[in-house]
Each structure stands twice: as C-alpha cells, then as structure tokens.
Design a binder for this molecule. Structure first.
Ligand SMILES: C[S@@+](CC[C@H](N)C(=O)[O-])C[C@H]1O[C@@H](n2cnc3c(N)ncnc32)[C@H](O)[C@@H]1O
Length: 207
C-alpha cells in the first residue's frame, strides 16, 4: 500500500489481486447466534466475499450486503443461487446511510489496517435496527494475532475492543435494548491460530 492509497483502493486491489480472501463460509459466531432466528430483512456491513450474506439468504433472509470493494461483492454474487435474495452494494460505510431499518444488522470482523471509523459506523448501524430486531457485532478482541502488512498501522487495542467496550461505544439509550450475548469466545483459525472473538448481540425493544 502506498501513502496515498485510499481504503477503497486498498481493499479493491486486495480482492482483485488475491481473489477469495476468507473461508467463503458463514462466520461461526453468526451461525451460533442467528441459527433459529425467524428470517426477515438483514444488513451485512463489510460483507467481504459474502459468506454470511449467502448463508442468511439460503435460510430465507432478504439480505443487503455492503462492502467497499466491488471485487469482493462479485465473488459473492457469483456464488448466489436462484432464489437467494441479496442486494449487493458497493459503498464506503464511512459515509453510507442505511436507507431503511432491518430485522438484523450484522457486522462481522469489520476491521481494517487502513482508515475505518468503526465506532461511528456501528453507532449508525444501531439506528437501522427495527423495533424487535437484532444487532450483532463480532470482532477480533484483544491484541492482534497477525502482523500488519508493510506500510499499514498495527491495530491498536482500542480497534479490537471487547464486547463490553463495543457496547459502551454504541452509546445506546438506557432501556431501549436487551443484551442477548456478551461473550469472548476462543476460536481455532486456520490462518491466525487460536483467536478470541468478541460477540455482542442486542435486541431493540418494541415500545
Ligand atoms: C476483515 S474483512 C471481513 C469480511 C467479512 N465480514 C467476513 O467476516 O468474512 C473486512 C471487510 O470490510 C470491508 N471494509 C473495510 N473498510 C470498509 C468501509 N469503509 N466500507 C465498507 N466496507 C469496508 C473490506 O473490504 C473487507 O471486506
């Protein structure tokens, strides 16, 4: 990455050059948390190559999948089956406003070694959860288990927050939300060894 490369250029180049970059499967934490929840509308933030979006769509969710890298979305769209209801949107979440509310807003591993206002994006995401709907935030927690590529900053601890820290940063109104899951979970990862995932799942109360 050069000094002048934007987040959009970095991620697009990364997917264009490397193709499929993650497992292609749904994240274990998403499966654990959402399997069995009645399907509705879902928003997947930073969907990458779409493993989560495809899994949700197979279960009958109507999915809006957003990522900054068009090449990542193309990998996901190529795997889409007839009947899967997925709208793929190439957008920078720094300035993308959800156009409606959703029964599920999911953010799994929305991390970046280039500029990413994650807290602001997640606060905005919470406002897009429909009454009775859920917000799922899954991320690496604690010290990074990987080396930053040359020219990138190393993740600072505050960029890999615990679920408690994520909850505090969301600045939610007292009494509007129920915490369904707030856990740190160890997970074997083929690339990174054992990692610690922070899982926060909230439900917006119906007034
Ligand atoms: C670590 S990957 C996770 C991908 C996927 N959610 C998963 O769990 O496999 C982070 C993703 O966030 C996307 N991303 C980074 N910054 C973004 C931004 N500002 N707006 C939208 N997507 C962004 C990247 O393109 C990348 O696909």
């Amino acid at each position: 990455m050069t000094e002048t490369q934007s987040a959009a250029e970095y991620w697009e180049n990364r997917y264009r050059e490397n193709g499929k970059s993650w497992s292609g499967s749904a994240n274990a934490a998403l499966v654990r948390e959402i399997n069995g929840v009645a399907p509705g509308s879902a928003l997947d933030l930073g969907c990458g190559e779409g493993g989560d979006a495809l899994w949700l769509a197979h279960l009958g969710w109507s999915v809006t999948a957003v990522d900054i890298a068009p090449s990542a979305l193309a990998i996901g769209a190529a795997e889409q089956q007839p009947g899967d209801d997925i709208t793929w949107i190439a957008a920078d979440l720094s300035d993308w406003l959800p156009p409606r509310s959703y029964d599920l807003v999911s953010s799994c591993f929305l991390h970046s070694t280039v500029d990413l206002p994650r807290e602001r994006i997640l606060r905005r995401a919470a406002t897009a959860v429909a009454p009775g709907g859920q917000l799922l935030v899954v991320g690496h927690s604690g010290a990074p288990h990987w080396d930053a590529p040359e020219g990138h900053h190393h993740h600072a601890p505050e960029e890999l927050p615990t679920p408690d820290e994520v909850l505090a940063s969301l600045q939610l109104e007292d009494g509007d939300w129920d915490v369904l899951t707030n856990e740190l979970v160890e997970r074997p990862d083929a690339r990174l060894g054992t990692t610690i995932d922070g899982i926060l799942r909230l439900r917006r109360r119906v007034e």
